[in-house]
Design a protein around this ligand. Sequence first.
Ligand code: ATP
Ligand code: MG
Length: 549
Amino acid sequence: MTEEKRPSNFIENIIDEDNEKGTYGGEVYTRFPPEPNGYLHIGHAKSICLNFGLAKKYGGRCNLRYDDTNPAKEDVEYVDSIEEDVKWLGFEWTERRWASDYFDTMYKAACELISKGLAYVDDQDADTIHATRGTLTEPGQESPCRNRTPEENQALFEEMKAGRYGDGEKVLRARIDMASPNINMRDPIIYRIAHKTHHNTGDKWCIYPMYDFAHPIEDAIEGITHSICTLEFEDHRPLYNWVLEKVGFWPNPPKQIEFARLNLTHTMMSKRKLKKLVDEGVVEGWDDPRMPTIAGIRRRGYTPASIRNFCEQIGVAKANSLVDQGQLEHCVREDLQDKVESRHVVEKPIKVVLTNYPAGRVEEIEIEKNRNNPDLGTRKVPFSGTFYIDGEDFMENPPKKYFRMYPGNEVRIKGAYLVTCREVVKDEAGNITELRCTYDPESRGGNAPDGRKVKGTIHFVEASTAVKIRVRNYGDLMIEDEAGEEVLNPSSVEEEICYAEPILAEARPGERFQFFRHGYYVADTKLCTDEEKVFNRIVGLKSSWKPGK
Ligand code: ATP
Ligand code: MG
């Protein structure tokens, strides 16, 4: 792609227009408004990058606002995790707000609507209200309570507030239009009774505002200019505008702009569903490296830059789509490939003994720290006449075009020597116990003195200094079953004990490496101990996803 690096999107067009017209005096003020009822996921990362990113780009401001108008139990754990995630992604909020701090203003706004004849207390229960909403082709039915006087409504609303009624006995509805083609405008409920203790306001309130009424007021109170939300709210926009216009407290109200939510292949994107996986113990927690939560992705070893780049690449659109998980993987590979050092690790190790190598000798082999980036320099790896190779790098009866080790074949042991397999030693059960080989002492560094061609290059781990590490290779959280339905992948993690070069025993939690030929790995931030290092595969080396595909 050779287009300009930062494609301006439709939201930026709207902001540019507002700035030209002076709608908000050149101000850009956005907010990220999570409900603190779970950990944030990669979909939220898109919203975070968008809201904070716009503020950054336009020299504006962005609030972190907890949407806690629902008195459902909320957890400090969630609040802490949300803040950690936003900071980890590299953003700082201008102010941290709680929607519940605005309950007084919301109550006043509701009274204002009542006094203007634009809201009424309805005695009907939720089911009846739902059943009389009408359909896309038929108008709704007016409630028998619709024509109560403002005085009557005010008195009833005050009684609701005072706790005279039980949950669901009465609601406050906006009085708009029961025949509106937009069902959201057919006298939506704006306040309901819930005798629940709120984490912030305690038992001060037993009536709570509905989202569609509360959200525009929260935005307006904070002086938000552009209130960005996902596409499901497009049909709610007339109500958003109606509330601000009819309440009338704010002369220069914010505008709601919708964009398509992020959906990713082979995973799920809903706090509720993710919480279920956690509660049922299907995963190890919210930060399980298979989870699409920001905490999981972080523990998996993704970098903040790779997530920001991903969000930038996928852009913002007005139509929902499904993004290939491969694109996310591509972004982290791209970020790591020139930065992290490579390490030698062998899975399913096979022991190799060089029969003509001097007994007891251990030498040091110099290898590049990162093949893509020579500037990082070189480092030393021990080598001797006994070492391990990867189980995948040997075949007793290889197919054509197999260039790695097999009986009689000469291969290059990376950075060391040319080695030929002479004999396969097995135990009584027929398992390979070692490969007896010879090496060419003249080939140090891996080049034949006579220039003969050796096609295969394989890596090694010297035996006497090898350390055992635990490696966790991850697959997709969700896979397609026979019926084409996305279901939980029953084997989304595979654990292996591997042999590694000794330097990996010193890996610090969170440190990232390329394991030669296996992929990019991170030392797990929870499970590494002094005795044992555990590594998560961030991503494999090769991609099925191609830019521009
Ligand atoms: P979930 O269904 O996973 O709980 P939500 O939309 O209910 O998601 P909120 O905490 O209400 O979660 O969302 C905070 C912000 O993040 C909202 O502005 C919402 O639009 C945005 N958001 C949530 N999911 C996505 C997504 N998949 N893609 C983009 N933005 C998202
Ligand atoms: Mg929600």
